[in-house]
Design a protein around this ligand. Sequence first.
Ligand SMILES: Cc1cc2nc3c(=O)[nH]c(=O)nc-3n(C[C@H](O)[C@H](O)[C@H](O)COP(=O)(O)OP(=O)(O)OC[C@H]3O[C@@H](n4cnc5c(N)ncnc54)[C@H](O)[C@@H]3O)c2cc1C
Length: 433
Amino acid sequence: MGKNVVIVGGGLAGLAASIYLARGGRNVTLFEKRTYLGGRAITTHRHGYRFNLGAHALYRQGHAASVYRELGIPVRGKSPATSGAALFRGDAYRLPSGIFSLLTTSLLSFRGKRELVAAFVRVRRNEAARVADQTLGAWLDARFTDARARQVMEAFFRLFTYANDAREQRASLALAQARLGLRGVLYLDEGWQKLVDSMHSAAISSGVHFVSSARIVGIVHDDRVRAVELGGLDLDADRMDTQAIAFPADDPEMVEGALIPADTVLLAVDPTTAASLAGNTGETWTRAQRVNAACLDVGLRALPRPRATFALGIDEPTYLSVHSAAAHLTPKGGALIQLVRYGGSDAAADERALEAMLDRFQPGWRELVVHRRFLPSMTVSNALVTPANPRPSVNTSVRGLYLAGDWVGDEGLLSDAALASARAAARAILAET
Ligand SMILES: Cc1cc2nc3c(=O)[nH]c(=O)nc-3n(C[C@H](O)[C@H](O)[C@H](O)COP(=O)(O)OP(=O)(O)OC[C@H]3O[C@@H](n4cnc5c(N)ncnc54)[C@H](O)[C@@H]3O)c2cc1C
């Protein structure tokens, strides 16, 4: 009992957990419904350009980085420059992202600058550990009287947490993520697929069995887990070209409707899927609001304005960053720009706003396009954490059933939360007797 573990979901969380568990002596089988692994961390190749699924940055000192270190997964990339532009009421200002730019920007008044510095000092000094269970809105109310300085701070919170309306967020998590953001992020060479591929190789050499194109459609349990039910094939024509992994293992038992006995199951999927697989047990998992964004990813033959590599909207929830300025993502001379409209609820308006931002900072880009792609409504995080909506723990009320993902556990945000919960779930499983 407890030696065989089934993992459902082959994104970063499922992959990391599979390595911990296999190295801990468990016999691990991972089921992924798609033909490829990686979930939201995939990178697509187009004409030699490597497109992550929207702008992705790894927090250098976050939980994810510590998991990669522990698992021996190489992380190669570079920190982007911290200077850039702030877009406010259609005009570009120097972004107050460091002492010099803060002193010299004409975006803020003296009082605004003083309040912003004081707020950043608090973030750096680990304010997260001091705030009680309050919202970020309440924290901002107590720190700012200058409306514009507050908008600038909110824009930085958007950048660090990806949440458009960050005010409802639990302050402690948002502040902790902002502190990590100030300590630096990495844009990864060859994209996040590198992490996925390295974890896949590490998992294979640790003995993990992979079954792809295999959707799990149910968990059979009473007070403890008994089996998982296999559904049909789920072929994704879009991705058949790259990174396809082995088809259902050459095992006659891997057929639709098969019940695969399991006494330990880790659900590393989104909360809606987890709840439908687990039945009544998962009723509360879907309550949280999702964090969405619209993304415009553009590969260019050349960059019209090589110095305009970063811009942040202050009164508009927008972001533009030339990821290829820091990471190897394009053929020589090319550029890969990623734009985001946080929130992203009206596809046509989001696309227009992002193209206008590109026109503003990289005029002439349209003539240089090699490949562009607009992703209207991406789920960046499955759960906005608010004081009223804490995330569930990795343990569930069913014996042998565990959870991992960006909506689970109380550590970190984004992929930091996915990997911190994967590690916590693996530890809990390994501690089972
Ligand atoms: C636009 C965008 C930008 C982002 N930027 C950042 C960033 O800058 N920094 C950062 O740290 N993070 C960022 N993230 C978040 C990061 O990508 C995710 O946190 C991470 O990839 C989540 O991994 P996961 O394994 O928890 O979930 P997922 O990647 O969603 O993986 C879940 C997997 O489960 C599979 N699955 C689902 N149902 C079933 C089933 N029934 N049977 C079998 N398999 C199933 C899915 O196919 C999928 O492969 C961003 C995400 C997006 C979308």
